[in-house]
Design a protein around this ligand. Structure first.
Ligand code: ADE
Length: 371
């Protein structure tokens, strides 16, 4: 069924300068899929420079899904246009709004080769270099034993690449696709067995560096009066040069012309374990509730992607424990300084939580701290 005229009107007024021709976009393999969207890798001709082809990521709606989903993606597009560019945000490159009536909407963004840091960290567990000393100091002189690639066993819940027809993805000697995240110099000896991905080991310094960058990206969002509403490691992507970028603005809201808060409708799915105590109680979201979620992200990062509150399954249990003052314990790869930052993000009173500027400063200091 087609969308009504009002629904179309709500979707359409957008800056046509972002429009990108469909025939210049060659879709490749699927990169991921969320509640309503699917993301494909693609090659876009002339999106950055005339005559050059750029690898991009394209978000669209799954076919035959609820019409409310196209509204969510259109809203995400508008948020991204309003947002502007920042190094630590997945930047918009263009959009194809061609036949919006037929629910065709494609949002074209920067491609991040290593995917989301949640999946990435799961692959790091066997080879991670812990630079926190016994006394809780940071010792950045602790380095990887070997510079060689590691073969690691991938946990069962890792999303593995699929076999597909994608000309931009290299095929190994045994006929398997070599995942993009495998370093070019290691591609020739890639075993083709998806259960054994080759990864470059990360260290504590990398985790702090990612955390710092997420704080900077969120500081930018807050300065543009946008609340993310779904900050989690599944929505943080890793690009070249250890650069991380915040993505997925499907839940994001602009706060302009509503003082500081925005109430969500009841039927929305909520990321309960990332939600601040006041959001659980009243469904009120703010930059301060994004700060709470940032604390959960720190906990995920410094546990290498353990699911938050691993022993709590029920909404009411979570809420009641938080009201009693319970907070998650120090994760395995944090020291007390890093843990204290998390605890500050989880203060009961939203006004006493640090700002993203404070958080970026404290994490920036830790980046230089080590020896
Ligand atoms: N998965 C979802 N979005 C992505 C992007 N922009 N780059 C790489 N993988 C992704």
């Amino acid at each position: 069924p087609d969308l009504g005229i009002e629904e179309q009107a709500e979707l359409l007024p957008y800056d046509k300068r972002w429009e990108f021709p469909r025939d210049k976009l060659k879709l490749g393999k699927q990169l991921g899929s969320g509640a309503f969207g699917v993301v494909f890798k693609a090659e876009a001709i002339g999106i950055i420079d005339k005559d050059t082809t750029t690898t991009v990521a394209v978000k669209m709606i799954k076919p035959n899904t609820d019409p409310s989903y196209i509204k969510a993606l259109a809203s995400e597009l508008k948020i991204m246009i309003h947002l502007g560019r920042h190094l630590n945000v997945v930047n918009l490159l263009g959009a194809y709004t061609g036949n919006i009536n037929k629910r065709e909407l494609m949002v074209i963004v920067e491609y991040c080769r290593f995917g989301n840091i949640h999946q990435y960290m799961l692959k790091q567990r066997d080879c991670f270099v812990n630079q926190v000393t016994k006394d809780g100091y940071l010792d950045y002189s602790i380095k990887t034993i070997s510079k060689n690639p590691y073969y690691v066993n991938v946990p069962n819940n890792t999303i593995l690449p699929e076999k597909c027809d994608d000309s931009s993805t290299q095929i190994g000697s045994d006929g398997y696709l070599v995942p993009d995240e495998v370093e070019p110099e290691w591609r020739s000896n890639y075993r083709g067995d998806y259960k054994n991905l080759i990864v470059k080991p990360s260290c504590t310094h990398d985790l702090i560096c990612w955390s710092f960058q997420v704080a900077r990206g969120m500081e930018y969002l807050a300065s543009r009066k946008i609340l993310h509403g779904d900050l989690a490691t599944r929505n943080i992507l890793l690009a070249e040069e250890n650069i991380v970028k915040i993505c997925d603005f499907g839940f994001a809201k602009t706060m302009y012309n509503s003082e500081n808060y925005k109430k969500k409708s009841d039927k929305d799915l909520l990321p309960v374990k990332w939600m601040a105590i006041e959001s659980l109680r009243d469904r009120v979201f703010s930059t301060q509730s994004d700060v709470w979620a940032f604390g959960i992200v720190l906990w995920e990062i410094f546990s290498l992607a353990v699911t938050p509150y691993p022993n709590i399954q029920k909404f009411n249990d979570l809420f009641n424990r938080l009201v009693e003052g319970y907070r998650m314990e120090q994760p395995k790869y944090a020291n007390s300084e890093i843990y204290n930052i998390m605890l500050d993000c989880w203060k009961m009173n939203p006004m006493t939580r640090p700002s993203f500027t404070d958080l970026a400063e404290r994490l920036g200091d830790l980046l230089q701290d080590g020896t």
